[in-house]
Design a protein around this ligand. Structure first.
Ligand code: ZN
Length: 423
């Protein structure tokens, strides 16, 4: 994942343009995503697909002809989606168009201006303070033209049409935790799921943030009923603890599944409620859809100082934390796939476990411990899933699952909530 991130890091991305295309073609070397294009001007709910932004060059040159700021050194030097300009100006004039972070004088901020035609540069505050009176040549060789909004989509078909959505955004240039970490984790998660026999179907979206999810929702409204669980994948590579932002529903199955997985991890973690800003969960959880989509991250966007600065780089994100996040996502998928509701078919008193070879006080010799067996027998009245039983008993999901498997084999419980199976 970190290797793929290093490959994607230098590309200058925005919400539209060649950087997104190039990124998607690299992802396609790993997983067979479809690259989809929506033309500029297309109405998507209250929004309009914007023009394509492409940039050839950008710099600030002093009167000696030295480039003091150069996009070739960092994509963050230019306001993302900046309008073109080529002009000479005084320092005072130039300063009005420069963004810095005084409290982190060596970091370059990430600034965007998607829906307002502006130009500007970003630089380290230390450099800004050292600028001398001079005549500066300012050039941004960018082009805004009709074209497409481009995004990637991968659908992995399982036995059922019931679907799990993983959505991530790829519009940020040269920024790692927010959000190349989400892009690479999604790619590798998709790669792993692509090789498995799955009950649910899985959909992966690689979209430009906000406009991309709005456009996808607008064009796929008829499919949304299939989405039973979803997660926005972002900020998954920093050293912070895992954080889960619940769906707007607060108690959707995905909310309970992620809570269970984080609890079982035994590591520090935090669960926070839905709030209507942040990433694309705002669109998936808008009241007209209210989809069961949460967001599983490490330190949330805006809560780490490196956020939206040049310090969110390849060193800030490490292979170790990317791998830990991926393991959590895989466990979430495991529970989604295995969370079955059973009914006890001999519910009058406990069946005699010993004569069925199910009585093993401590487990072992391949038999699950009797506590799990008793929990599953008692709770399986057709209304409680294995997840509910794990949460109530305090036992691990996999132990409850093992107890249920043993009971099913002895025909003491039957599955009563079958997934609707596609023809
Ligand atoms: Zn961001």
């Amino acid at each position: 994942m970190h290797g793929l991130m290093s490959e994607l890091y230098p590309i200058c991305r925005s919400i539209t343009g060649k950087g997104v295309e190039k990124t998607l073609r690299i992802i396609r070397k790993h997983v067979p995503i479809k690259i989809r294009r929506i033309p500029t001007g297309k109405k998507v709910f209250d929004w309009t697909v914007p023009q394509e932004w492409n940039i050839q060059d950008a710099y600030i040159r002093n009167s000696k002809g030295e480039k003091i700021v150069d996009i070739r050194k960092s994509n963050l030097h230019v306001v993302n989606y900046a309008a073109p300009i080529h002009q000479k100006m005084t320092l005072a004039e130039l300063k009005r168009h420069i963004h810095t972070i005084p409290e982190h004088p060596d970091w370059i901020p990430y600034v965007t201006s998607y829906y307002e035609k502006k130009w500007g540069f970003c630089m380290a505050h230390r450099q800004f303070k050292g600028l001398v009176n001079d005549t500066y040549e300012v050039k941004i060789d960018s082009r805004l033209s009709d074209g497409h909004l481009t995004y990637g989509e991968l659908y992995i078909k399982g036995q059922s049409e019931e679907e799990v959505l993983f959505s991530t955004y790829l519009c940020h240039p040269s920024l790692c935790n927010d959000n190349l970490s989400g892009v690479v984790l999604s790619t590798f998660l998709a790669k792993i799921l692509g090789g498995k026999a799955l009950k649910h179907s899985y959909r992966f979206l690689f979209v430009p943030e906000t406009i991309g999810s709005i456009a996808w929702l607008s064009l796929n409204e008829e499919k949304l009923g299939n989405i039973k669980h979803g997660l926005v994948v972002t900020c998954v590579g920093d050293p912070g603890k895992m954080t889960y932002k619940r769906s707007r529903r607060r108690d959707a199955e995905i909310d309970r599944i992620v809570s269970q997985v984080l609890k079982e991890s035994g590591k520090p973690h935090e669960t926070i409620d839905f709030f209507p800003y942040g990433s694309d969960e705002r669109q998936y959880c808008s009241p007209g859809f209210n989809l069961p989509v949460g967001s599983l991250m490490r330190t949330p966007y805006g809560r780490f100082p490196e956020y939206h600065t040049s310090a969110d780089d390849l060193r800030f994100v490490s292979p170790e934390y990317l791998a830990d996040s991926l393991m959590n996502y895989l466990k979430v998928v495991d529970v989604i796939e295995q969370n079955i509701t059973y009914a006890n078919i001999s519910p009058k008193c406990e069946p005699q476990l010993g004569k069925r070879g199910l009585y093993s006080p401590k487990g072992g010799d391949k038999r699950p411990p009797v506590t799990g067996i008793l929990w599953v027998l008692n709770m399986s009245d057709g209304t409680k899933s294995l997840l509910d039983i794990a949460a109530q008993s305090g036992l691990r999901f996999e132990d409850i699952k093992a107890a249920a498997d043993a009971l099913r084999k002895k025909r003491l419980i039957v599955e009563c909530e079958r997934l609707h199976t596609a023809p």
